[in-house]
Design a protein around this ligand. Sequence first.
Ligand code: FES
Ligand code: FES
Length: 173
Amino acid sequence: MPPPGKILGQVSVNGDRHELAFAPHKTLLEVLREDLDLTGTKHGCELGECGACTVLVDGKPILSCLMLGIEALDREVETIEGMAVDGELHPLQTTFADLGASQCGYCSAGFMLTAKKLLDREAQPDRDRIRQALSGNLCRCTGYIKIFEAVELAAAKLRGESAEVSRETLHGH
Ligand code: FES
Ligand code: FES
């Protein structure tokens, strides 16, 4: 039996299943940060406007401030903590770091998860496609250009192009 005022359920996050008891009014963002201690997902506007809280639910970018935790029961949630595999960073994580696409970093998890979804589906999105895919994510620091470049460079790396070729591709834009 769950404690009074709470519901009991299973949430799968980054491949790990968690049995949790939480208040039914809690958002997925609150469940991740407060009940699972996964604080990489950021708490921004809580109004669905900034994208800082973006996670993937069943592979789709979702604003976790607008989804209740109970809506995520028995679904697959992916957060920034699950992006590196066996200690190896995802190419988006390295290119964001290398190109200065992450400054204060508050927006970065949301951008990277949204971009990951894009690159999982499209091997070579052009700048306009990247801009459109990331249009729900706001950044107050970078001016966006470095973010778009980091996504282009990560796409080139995922296509198996060497770092040198990738940089030439980037600078050819
Ligand atoms: S915190 Fe969810 S969109 Fe801003
Ligand atoms: S790096 Fe600061 S908000 Fe984007």
